[in-house]
Design a protein. Structure first.
Ligand code: PDD
Length: 279
């Protein structure tokens, strides 16, 4: 019998089950999950798993669509139906389906899937000989130069920015170094010199960033790709963001402090005109 699955209330076969393309779990990694071991047809430590699920969901401010009792009966029911003695149950909840935007969409309904798969218990040889491991640096997820769909931290940052009445979050590392926006790159202008953080793995190599640098050079502005500190941003004459969707966008308020004169500055304006010219 093929493995069964439960997807947003519908039963189906695991091999052919589908979730919508616009599900935020797929587009942003915006979801949480649990894997529960089944021994002799019964889930092990189910309440521990459900407690952790609740903590995880609350950590990303996701509403679990069922009560604890509702989840338990769903999981027990599917384990029964699957009929496996030794199995694992996989449960995933995402923020649901909406047009693509980083911040939480209004009125979105969480998505939920559950499936039960047969499991061959480890044993025999692994126990006879033990297993080999290797050590690796724990750099989860420090590879910001990779345009990965693991965007949950960016999603949470954008949401916090929106809740504070801001358009974007500028991300600052523990040492006060500015990296980039949650979905954009950051530039400042000070005394006619343009500065933006370097491509050192802490930021995405934005395509718009590259064009902004090119037009700046063409317009004969001195350009420096070097470390930007939060205090440099605060003391800048102008700050702007770049991205495919924002193009070049002036920043005039940083937290509650005004940047420069509080309106789009002359360098930002001239670079934007030059950028439009390239387009
Ligand atoms: N984001 N940094 C991050 C983390 C981004 O997600 C993006 C773009 C950029 C700017 O890159 P580019 O200039 O190539 O668009 C920088 C896109 C627009 C998004 O996720 O919607």
């Amino acid at each position: 019998m093929p493995d069964i699955t439960w997807v947003n209330g519908k039963m189906g076969e695991l091999a052919t089950a589908q979730v919508p393309l616009l599900d935020r779990g797929y587009l942003f990694g915006d979801g949480v999950y649990e894997v529960i071991r089944v021994y002799r047809g019964r889930p092990f430590a189910l309440s521990d798993h459900l407690e952790r699920l609740e903590r995880s969901a609350s950590g990303i401010r996701l509403q679990i669509p069922l009560s604890r009792a509702g989840l338990e009966s769903l999981i027990l029911g599917l384990i029964d139906q699957a009929g496996y003695s030794e199995a694992s149950a996989y449960l995933q909840i995402t923020r649901g389906v909406s047009t693509r935007q980083h911040a939480f969409p209004a009125d979105v309904k969480p998505g939920m899937i559950l499936f039960v798969s047969a499991l061959v218990p480890l044993g025999g040889e692994q126990w006879e000989r033990g297993i080999k491991v290797v050590t690796l640096p724990d750099d989860r997820w420090a590879h910001c130069h990779i345009k990965s769909v693991n965007l949950l931290p960016n999603v949470l940052a954008k949401q916090r920015a929106h809740e504070q009445g801001a358009y974007e979050a500028v991300l600052v590392r523990e040492n006060g170094r500015v990296s980039e926006g949650s979905s954009s790159n950051v530039f400042l202008v000070k005394d006619g010199v343009l500065k933006t953080p370097p491509l050192d793995g802490h930021i995405l190599a934005g395509v718009t960033r590259k064009f902004a640098l090119a037009v700046a050079q063409k317009e004969a502005y001195p350009v420096r790709e070097e470390e930007v500190l939060l205090r440099d941003l605060r003391q800048a004459d102008e700050v702007f963001l770049t991205s495919t969707t924002m193009e070049l966008l002036p920043v005039t308020l940083l937290d509650e402090a005004r940047i420069g004169t509080g309106v789009a500055g002359p360098v930002t304006r001239s670079l934007y005109q030059a950028f439009r010219g390239v387009i």
